[in-house]
Write a protein that binds this ligand. Structure first.
Ligand SMILES: Cc1ncc(COP(=O)(O)O)c(C=O)c1O
Length: 390
């Protein structure tokens, strides 16, 4: 007799996978030979700089690296993270207590809830957002309270709109600037308000800083930890993925308040065995080279951003020119939902984008474009979209 297999409620209760329909249409388009321009994924198409790859190759020959790594990260990697934070943000970190390595920041974001969310706890999450924040809450029995990111508030959450009974019960507030998917940025004043809120209501602040190195026109996004009082209330998640074109390598870090870093480390050490040491050594190389290897990518993305945004403006689509990230958050033309607009772009222009609704209810009315294809392809995008019947 066949086994009756039932998935855990946390899996069965996952929201419907809104990208499945896009995936189906994408596959159908490819099957009919369509020449797709894929602006759906946020994954750098620029290869990892060769000096980082070489460091991995050299390091992988050493037997010492073939054994289990420490789940918290090699001391040398944590020191390299601390030096990078000092150099880049003028933030001083104790590598032993205020830094932990992550198997990509996604892992740490998910495990933050394992460490700090009990069933019934309220977690404040933006809508739209990177989905792992609210999935982490849900997987651990917490309750998400969504804060809409609205254009009139520059896509920053309105903390004053949170009812005080919710704020009093909240355990964690997730923020992410520069932001995926809206490409919005935050300034010191916003971070100060976040710290005031956290102190008033005893709320842990988790800042996802994955995109701080992707700022354009000379703009350098700041770390939350640069602000006075941030270390008392918060933890920051960062990643080598975007910064050094290393999405496939799975390496990132969480830094900040030692109790928060320690709690996350405790959850992790019970669940994973860390990052292959040779990848950590390659990560050290990346962090040492820093801006020398980031600047060329920044130039490429900035040029691509200009091509895409100018093209979209020329055909009457509304979007702001982002100061950071590799996303462009485009307003859906009147009369269409974000899913309908995305479907039309795919079916009639062979351009793949992501519907805003896929990032949360308040993402409706927008579509996210990325600039992860080369500029000759990006130049075609507006020409193709112009032919779509809207
Ligand atoms: C806002 C944000 N945070 C975190 C991640 C995860 O990055 P990684 O796990 O590669 O470090 C992503 C990836 O798309 C993201 O957009």
């Amino acid at each position: 007799m066949a086994l009756r297999i039932t998935k855990a409620r946390r899996i069965n209760e996952l929201p419907p996978y809104l990208f499945a329909e896009i995936d189906r249409r994408k596959r159908a388009a490819l099957a009919r030979g369509a020449d797709l321009i894929d602006l759906g994924i946020g994954d750098p198409d620029i290869p990892t700089p060769s000096s980082i790859v070489e460091r991995l190759l050299e390091s992988a020959t050493k037997p010492v690296n073939h054994r289990y790594p420490n789940s918290l990260g090699m001391p040398e990697f944590r020191e390299a993270v601390a030096s990078w934070y000092k150099h880049r943000f003028d933030v001083t970190l104790d590598p032993a207590k205020e830094v932990v390595s992550l198997i990509g920041s996604k892992e740490g974001i998910g495990n933050m809830a394992v460490a700090f969310v009990d069933p019934g706890d309220i977690v404040l999450v933006s809508s739209p957002c990177y989905p792992v924040y609210h999935i982490g809450t849900a997987f651990n029995g917490g309750k998400n309270y969504f804060l809409p990111l609205k254009k009139e508030n520059h896509f920053l959450p309105d903390l004053d709109s949170i009812p005080s009974d919710i704020a009093k019960q909240a355990k964690i507030l997730w923020i992410n600037y520069p932001n995926n998917p809206t490409a919005a940025v935050a300034d010191r004043d916003f971070f100060r308000r976040v710290i005031d809120f956290a102190n008033r209501y005893n709320v842990i602040v988790c800042h996802d800083a994955a995109y701080t190195e992707m700022g354009y026109d000379g703009y350098r996004p700041m770390s939350f930890l640069e602000v006075d009082g941030a270390r008392e209330v918060g933890i920051e998640f960062h990643s080598l993925s975007r910064t050094f074109n290393m999405t496939g390598w799975r390496i990132g870090m969480a830094v900040g308040n030692s109790e928060l870093v320690g709690g996350l480390a405790q959850a992790k050490s019970n669940l994973d065995s860390g990052i292959f040491q040779s990848i950590q050594e390659a990560g050290i190389e990346a962090l040492k080279l820093g801006d020398r290897i980031v600047e060329p990518s920044r130039k490429i993305y900035q040029e691509r951003r200009d091509i895409l945004v100018e093209g979209l403006h020329a055909i009457g689509l509304e979007c702001e020119k982002p100061r950071a990230t590799f996303y462009v958050w485009v307003t859906v033309p009147q009369g269409l939902s974000s899913a309908q607009f995305t479907a039309k772009l795919l079916d009639e222009a062979s351009v793949v984008t992501t519907p805003g609704i896929g990032f949360g209810e308040a993402g409706e009315g927008y579509v996210r474009f990325t600039v992860c294809v080369d500029k000759t392809r990006l130049k075609e995008v507006a020409e193709r979209i112009q032919r779509v019947k809207l």
